[in-house]
Design a protein. Structure first.
Length: 666
C-alpha cells in the first residue's frame, strides 16, 4: 500500500513538475477571481450590508463637527410626552406648536409626521401650517404588503413634480397620505429604502404613484422655501465616468444637481456627527422656554425622537437614532450640494484596483523566498485595508462612494491563494531536493542534512553497526575492453538490485564507491547479523545469473565478493561548510572492507568476521583460519557460511539480461 501511495505521489510530483511556476501562479489568480465573484454575488445581501457598515467608517472615524445653524430639530421626545401627554397629540396642541414656531421667526416648518386620519382641530392646525409655512410628510410604500388589509391608500397625496417620466422610476401602489383638511399644505415623501440590517442608507428622490412622481420631503422643502408654485424637474443621465449614474435638477434652482443612483435614490450622508444638529424639545417651545434668537430665521424639522414611538433606525454612530435625524442629514447634504454618490465608472475603477492588487501579489510571489513569505502574509491584511482606506479617503474628500468589498475580497483571496501556492511549491521543491538527496545518501542522513544549517564542525556520532561490503571482482579489467555503456549498464543493474535486496532485509546502503558498495544495519546483535547474511545469500543468487561468465580472452569471470562484520563505527559529516562529506569511519569499516578483499584470495563468495560470526553460531559457519588483514596489525579469524545454492562455474553462452545504453562500440 505504501508503495502505491509513493508511486502516486511520485506521479503527481512528476505531473506538477511539468507546470511552470508562472502558470500555476496565474491559475491561483484566476481561482481568486472566481472565488471572489462567487462570494460577492453568492452572498449579496449580507456582504452588501457589511460593505455599507465598514464603508461608513470614513465618516464615523473623522466626522464633521461644525454645528448646523440653518435648521433645528424640534423633537417630540420623552420630556414632551411626559409634560404634554402621550402621542398622538390633539391637533390644537400641534397648531399651538406651529404658531409658536412662526411667532419665533421660523420661515419654514418641515414635519416628519403625516396625519392620514381626520380629527378634531384639523382646520385650526391646517390654518397654522399655512401661516407657517409648512411641509407635511406622506409615505408611499415601495413594496405591496402581503396582507390585503395593510394595503393602505389613506388620505391624499400632495402635488406631483412635472417633467419626470415614471417609466423607470420607483413605483408604489399604496401609501399613507394626509387628511383632506391638509390638501393645501405642501407635502413630501418620507419613503425609506430599508437594508437587510434595518438601516436606512438611501431614500428615493421621488416615488411614482398612479404614474405621478412625488418628491422627497427635503426636495419639497426646497420648493416651499423659495415659494415655487409649479415645480418642474429633470432627470439627466451622467455625462462622465466619474459622474453619478443620473442627477436630478430643477429649473427654479440653477446649479443644484442632486446625484442619484441607477434606481433614482439619494444616498444619506453620515459625514456629520449627530452632535452638530441642535435638538430642541417640543415642550420647551410650547412653554416658551426657548430663546427666540435660537429659532429666528432657521428652519424647524419636527419629528418623533422618543424611543417608545418606534421611529428609530440604526446609524454608524449609535445603535439607534431617530428617523428625523436622517432627514436632517439629507437636508444638510442637499443644501450644501455635496450628496455622496457612486460614480458611473465604479465597476471599472474597482476592476483596475483589483488589477493593481494582482500585480502586487504577483511581484511578491515572484520575489525571493523570505520576501514572498512575509510579503504575501502581510498582503492578506494590507490589501483589504488599502481598499477600505482608498474608499474612506474618496468619501471624506470628494463624497464619492466607490466601494471597497470587491477589491478587498480579491486582495484577500489572491494573497491567500498565492501564499498557499508558494508554500505548496516550496514544499514540492523541498521534497524534490530531499528525494534527490536521498538518492545519494541514506534517507535519514539526507533529511538531517536538508533541514540543518551548514557548519564547519565535525558532526558525527559513535554507534554499533553491522556492515556489509560487496564488490564486483575483476570489474576494472572487464571495463578496459568493453564499451563503457555496457559496463555502466552492468554496474547500474548491480547497484539497483543489491539496494533492493539490502532494503528488503532492513538495511541501508551507506555509499557506492567504484564497483563496490557499503551497507549498514543498526546494532550489532544477532538480528542484524542474520539480516546481513540473508541479504548476502540473495545477492549472490541474483547476481550469479546476471554476471557474464564467458569473459573475453585473458580475463577472469566476474564474481561478487561480500564481507560482513560488526562493531563500533563513527558516522556523520565532516569538512568545510561549503563542501561537506558524509562518511563512516572506524576499525570496523576497515575490517569489513579487508574481509571483502579476502573473498578473492580464499575463493569464497561470502566471508564473515569473528564478531559477526559470534551472532551466527547456529548458521553452520566454517572457519577459514586466522589472517593478518592488509593494513592491520592484529590477525582476524574469518568464517565462510555454507552456500545454499552452489555458485555456477560453467561458462554461459546466453546474453545476460542487461539493457545497454546508447553508443559504444560493438
Amino acid at each position: 500500500m505504501n508503495a502505491g501511495i509513493n508511486k502516486s505521489a511520485g506521479s503527481l510530483s512528476a505531473l506538477i513538475s511539468l507546470i511552470k511556476p508562472w502558470q500555476s501562479r496565474l491559475a491561483a489568480l484566476v481561482l481568486a477571481v472566481l472565488v471572489s465573484l462567487s462570494l460577492r454575488y453568492g452572498l449579496t445581501s449580507p456582504l452588501d450590508v457589511f460593505e455599507e457598515q465598514v464603508g461608513n467608517l470614513g465618516w464615523h472615524l473623522a466626522p464633521a463637527t461644525q454645528t448646523e445653524e440653518r435648521f433645528n430639530i424640534i423633537a417630540i421626545d420623552e420630556k414632551s410626552l411626559q409634560e404634554i401627554g402621550h402621542w398622538p397629540w390633539p391637533r390644537s396642541t400641534l397648531a399651538e406648536l406651529s404658531r409658536r414656531l412662526h411667532d419665533a421667526g421660523v420661515p419654514l416648518q418641515i414635519y416628519d409626521i403625516f396625519f392620514p386620519e381626520t380629527s378634531a382641530g384639523d382646520a385650526e392646525f391646517a390654518e397654522a401650517l399655512q401661516n407657517g409655512p409648512a411641509v407635511l410628510s406622506q409615505a408611499p410604500y415601495l413594496q405591496n404588503l402581503q396582507n390585503p388589509a395593510q394595503k393602505i391608500r389613506a388620505g391624499n397625496l400632495g402635488s406631483p413634480l412635472s417633467g419626470i417620466a415614471c417609466s423607470q422610476a420607483t413605483k408604489a401602489g399604496f401609501y399613507d397620505g394626509n387628511a383632506a383638511a391638509f390638501d393645501a399644505i405642501a407635502k413630501g415623501n418620507v419613503t425609506p429604502v430599508v437594508d437587510a440590517d434595518g438601516a436606512i442608507r438611501k431614500v428615493p428622490a421621488y416615488v411614482c404613484v398612479d404614474d405621478q412622481p412625488y418628491a422627497a420631503l427635503e426636495i419639497s422643502a426646497l420648493l416651499k422655501a423659495i415659494n415655487v408654485a409649479a415645480s418642474s424637474a429633470a432627470v439627466k443621465p451622467g455625462n462622465g465616468l466619474f459622474s453619478a449614474s443620473q442627477s436630478l435638477s430643477f429649473d427654479f434652482y440653477p446649479g443644484l444637481e442632486i446625484p442619484l443612483d441607477a434606481r433614482g435614490n439619494i444616498r444619506v450622508s453620515f459625514k456629520n456627527s449627530p452632535d452638530v444638529y441642535n435638538l430642541i424639545s417640543a415642550t420647551d417651545v410650547l412653554h416658551g422656554r426657548v430663546d427666540p434668537a435660537l429659532l429666528n430665521n432657521t428652519w424647524s424639522l419636527i419629528g418623533l425622537t422618543a424611543l417608545g414611538l418606534l421611529d428609530n433606525t440604526p446609524t454608524p454612530y449609535s445603535g439607534e437614532a431617530p428617523g428625523v435625524e436622517l432627514h436632517a442629514r439629507l437636508l444638510s447634504s442637499i443644501l450644501d450640494n455635496n450628496v455622496p454618490y457612486s460614480p458611473r465608472a465604479a465597476t471599472l475603477l474597482l476592476t483596475l484596483l483589483c488589477g493593481v492588487f494582482a500585480v502586487i501579489v504577483w511581484l511578491l510571489a515572484s520575489a525571493r523566498e523570505k520576501v514572498a513569505s512575509y510579503g504575501l502574509v502581510a498582503s492578506i491584511i494590507v490589501l483589504p485595508l488599502a481598499a477600505i482606506f482608498l474608499h474612506a479617503q474618496l468619501l471624506s474628500a470628494a463624497n464619492v462612494w466607490l466601494g471597497w468589498l470587491a477589491p478587498a475580497l480579491f486582495g484577500f483571496c489572491a494573497s491567500s491563494f498565492l501564499l498557499l501556492h508558494e508554500y505548496a511549491w516550496v514544499r514540492l521543491e523541498r521534497s524534490r531536493v530531499l528525494d534527490n538527496l536521498s538518492s545519494y545518501l541514506p534517507a535519514e542522513v539526507a533529511a538531517e542534512i536538508a533541514y540543518a544549517l551548514p557548519n564547519s564542525s565535525i558532526d558525527a556520532q559513535r554507534t554499533n553497526a553491522t556492515l556489509l561490503s560487496a564488490d564486483l571482482r575483476n570489474f576494472s579489467a572487464y571495463t578496459e575492453i568493453r564499451p563503457p555503456e555496457e559496463s555502466a549498464a552492468l554496474l547500474h543493474f548491480f547497484f539497483v538490485k543489491t539496494t533492493e535486496i539490502i532494503e528488503k532485509h532492513h538495511g541501508r546502503v551507506h555509499e557506492f564507491k567504484g564497483d563496490s558498495l557499503l551497507a549498514k544495519w543498526d546494532g550489532s546483535d544477532t538480528a542484524a547479523a542474520v539480516q546481513a547474511l540473508e541479504a548476502s545469500y540473495e545477492m549472490q543468487r541474483i547476481m550469479v545469473d546476471v554476471l557474464p561468465q564467458h569473459p573475453p580472452a585473458g580475463l577472469e569471470p566476474l564474481a561478487l565478493g561480500i564481507g560482513i562484520e560488526q562493531g563500533p563505527v563513527l558516522i556523520g559529516s565532516i569538512g568545510p561548510a561549503h563542501r561537506r562529506s558524509h562518511t563512516m569511519l572506524g576499525q570496523t569499516v576497515t575490517i569489513t572492507l579487508r574481509i571483502q578483499e579476502m573473498t578473492a584470495d580464499l575463493a569464497q563468495p561470502i566471508l564473515v568476521g569473528e564478531c559477526a560470526a559470534r551472532q551466527l553460531a547456529e548458521h553452520g559457519l566454517i572457519s577459514q583460519g586466522s589472517y593478518l588483514l592488509n593494513g592491520l596489525r592484529n590477525p582476524h579469524i574469518l568464517y565462510a557460511p555454507p552456500m545454499r545454492d552452489p555458485v555456477k562455474q560453467t561458462a554461459r553462452t546466453d546474453t545476460p539480461p542487461l539493457k545497454l545504453l546508447r553508443g559504444g562500440r560493438s
